[in-house]
Design a protein around this ligand. Structure first.
Ligand SMILES: *[C@@H]1O[C@H](CO)[C@@H](O)[C@H](O)[C@H]1NC(C)=O
Ligand SMILES: *[C@@H]1O[C@H](CO)[C@@H](O)[C@H](O)[C@H]1NC(C)=O
Length: 352
């Protein structure tokens, strides 16, 4: 039995570079607002952004994040922003300093909580209807945008670079992988050499079709300038409603058989890891059941699934169907029922 154990250990070592500890690296919440106005065609104007900060007449995103960390044990936030906002509607990589300063205020509020902070360019692989590197802005322009951002945050170890939110209907996933490569190279060459970078696939970064749709194979070719894959994490989304749209309150699946199991198998076989940067459901009992099951499965596979980030708080009203926006009553924050039931790490116990 002893030698069998050693063989099993060796087999496991070959199969995966990581160990499943049952403890997730990350649990977080999207703090939305700077992306407001963006649609899935990448159409947007800078003026439609709604900063989730009280000094810019939005919700108290800073207070929300402080609550989520101190009361709930969360340790990562995703901060969606429109490319058009960062450059004040120009399809360039040059940041508009006025607009960027407002976005940076949210990033700094996140960093001040001690959490990790994902910069999420929320453009669906597009700029005003045209696909980056496939008819729209060139890879060079997109790389320039990331170079500008990464230069600014190069010394911040807790910044995570989310290359792009939810690419979809891409004519070529291999061409898209080249666009992602251009962004990765730009980020690393800007001096951000150690931070995580999130690599997004097609079909709205669907966890379910990440392998079957060809995104896994295409993105597996993306490397750091030194040829390594250190810190390059697959970015996947999955909702629990009937059409995976995240627009319905009711949950109908825990996604294990269709999405997380095949994804975890591929990640393990290829020595890769993924982060689930959008998931969520309504404040209904079906979501309490299925979301708790999904998160438990992710924790069982913590060697390859780093964690989850719920959609969404920030400037969403508490009446929004997937709202995770907590209510502040004289400094006492109350979470939505799904957060309180199983998404908060202090409740589920899956984050150290
Ligand atoms: C930056 O954006 C603001 C709008 O927020 C605009 O008024 C200003 O002209 C822009 N600056 C430059 C240099 O384009
Ligand atoms: C996209 O993913 C969904 C499930 O997440 C699936 O139902 C659909 O068929 C996929 N579409 C494509 C084009 O792969």
């Amino acid at each position: 039995m002893k030698s069998f154990g050693i063989l099993s250990f060796l087999a496991a070592s070959v199969a995966s570079a990581y160990a499943a500890t049952g403890t997730l690296t990350f649990a977080g919440v999207n703090i939305a607002g700077f992306d407001f106005g963006m649609d899935t065609s990448g159409d947007d104007t800078a003026s439609s952004a709604y900063p989730p900060l009280t000094q810019y007449y939005g919700a108290d995103g800073a207070g929300q994040m402080t609550h989520f960390v101190n009361d709930d044990g969360y340790n990562i936030f995703r901060l969606p922003v429109a490319w058009q906002y960062l450059t004040n509607n120009e399809a360039t990589g040059t940041l508009n300093q006025t607009n960027f300063a407002e976005y940076d205020a949210l990033v700094q509020a996140c960093l001040e909580t001690g959490a990790s902070c994902i910069i999420d360019i929320h453009n669906y692989a597009r700029f005003n209807g045209e696909i980056i590197g496939q008819g729209g802005p060139t890879n060079e322009v997109f790389a320039d945008l990331w170079s500008s951002i990464a230069t600014y945050y190069a010394d911040e170890s807790k910044i995570v670079f989310g290359v792009m939110n939810e690419p979809h209907d891409l004519p070529s996933i291999t061409t898209w992988a080249g666009t992602v490569q251009a962004a990765v190279t730009a980020i690393r060459n800007a001096g951000a050499t150690s931070q995580y970078i999130l690599l997004p696939g097609d079909n709205y970064t669907s966890a379910e079709t990440f392998v079957s749709g060809g995104s896994a194979a295409a993105l597996a070719t993306v490397t750091n300038p030194d040829g390594s894959i250190t810190g390059l994490i697959m970015d996947v989304h999955k909702y629990l409603d009937s059409d995976n749209s995240g627009t319905n309150a009711e949950c109908v699946t825990n996604n294990i058989d269709d999405a997380w199991e095949p994804l975890a198998t591929w990640l393990r076989a290829n020595n890769r890891q993924a982060l689930n940067t959008e998931t969520g459901g309504g404040d209904v009992t079906s979501c309490n059941t299925y979301m708790c099951e999904q998160i438990a499965y992710q924790a069982q596979n913590s060697d390859v699934i780093l964690g989850y980030v719920g959609w969404a708080a920030g400037n969403f009203a508490t009446t929004y169907v997937l709202s995770e926006t907590p209510t502040d009553t004289d400094g006492t924050w109350t979470d939505t029922s799904l957060v309180a039931a199983c998404m908060a790490p202090s409740i589920n116990g899956y984050v150290a």
